[in-house]
Write a protein that binds this ligand. Structure first.
Ligand code: CO8
Length: 260
């Protein structure tokens, strides 16, 4: 696939999507959002892709937010259309039937934090900074930030970031559960790739079921969520990988998973 503002590479079952507008600190305009949407669609369609990494070009920024120069003159209906497309695209990432890692290499502000939160895992470089500074430009988050941030770090801390507009560094983001791991910048992508390669070789259907049970069970009652877990877990028994995993355990050997 040909992209203008993204780099898209697939190696060893892992797709790496690099947002590539470093002069604008990888800010997301509608063209970039369209390309992210297309790249995620490709990741969904291609069975050879079993894990995805999303990162930003350069050493300074993952994504510095939605493109303010594009947003400045939007009328409410245009703003709503831009928001709805972003919501749809980030939801595609969140519900992609494959694991997605955000490798956050610097600023992840506004739409950058929102993009990272739509991924399953957030790995951050030591120079990463997170925040929802929309309030400082007379807005609130519009790509899911009010909801995903509160779910990830709790209402009180989410309100502090969203209503106060403060940023947090990588270490603080780790402490409040916003990121999974922190690495020196030069180790970030290698570590993300190592983890993605590990995921790419795990039973793919079971990974999808785990993701579905967590994502779709989260807002259900405990009883209904347990029911969903039962369904997701029982479906794993229809796969070759489940048979192979258990057989290999009993035969005291390493399993060879096929991803089905
Ligand atoms: N949009 C457009 N351009 C940007 C953005 C952005 N979000 N962020 C940085 N840039 C551009 C700058 O304008 C500058 O361009 P130029 O060189 O042409 O002047 C270039 O990137 C470099 O930026 P700085 O010179 O400002 O670099 P600094 O190191 O001094 O500062 C910061 C870096 C702190 C990241 C600073 O650039 C900044 O504060 N950026 C804006 C961060 C922000 O407010 N993000 C939130 C945006 S709103 C949002 O994401 C809402 C999402 C939901 C939207 C719904 C849509 C309708």
């Amino acid at each position: 696939m040909e992209f203008t503002d993204l780099l898209f590479a697939v190696e060893g079952g892992v797709a790496t999507i690099t947002i590539n507008r470093p002069k604008a600190l990888n800010a997301l305009n509608s063209a970039v959002m369209g390309e992210i949407n297309a790249a995620i669609t490709q990741c969904k369609k291609d069975d050879a892709i079993r894990a995805v990494i999303i990162t930003g070009a350069g050493e300074k920024s993952f994504v510095a937010g939605a493109d303010i120069s594009q947003m400045a003159t939007l009328r409410p209906q245009q703003a709503m259309a831009f928001m709805e497309f972003g919501i749809e695209t980030f939801r595609m990432i969140e519900t992609l039937p494959k694991p997605v890692i955000a490798a956050v290499n610097g600023f992840a502000l506004g739409g950058g934090t929102e993009l990272a939160m739509s991924c399953d895992f957030r790995f951050a470089s030591e120079n990463a900074r997170f925040g929802q500074p929309e309030i400082l430009i007379g807005l609130i988050p519009g790509w899911g930030g009010t909801q995903r941030l509160a779910r990830l770090i709790g209402m009180g801390r989410a309100k502090e970031l969203i209503m106060g507009g403060d940023q947090v560094n990588a270490q603080r983001a780790y402490e409040i559960g916003l990121v999974n791991k922190v690495f020196p910048l030069d180790q970030l992508l290698p570590e993300a790739k190592k983890f993605a390669a590990k995921l790419a070789n795990l039973p793919g259907f079971a990974l999808k079921m785990a993701k579905d049970a967590i994502n779709f069970g989260y807002d259900l009652s405990l009883d209904n969520a347990m029911r969903l877990e039962t369904e997701c877990c029982s479906q794993c028994f229809s796969t070759d990988d489940q048979k192979e995993g258990m057989k290999a355990f009993l035969e005291k050997r390493k399993p060879v998973f096929k991803g089905c």
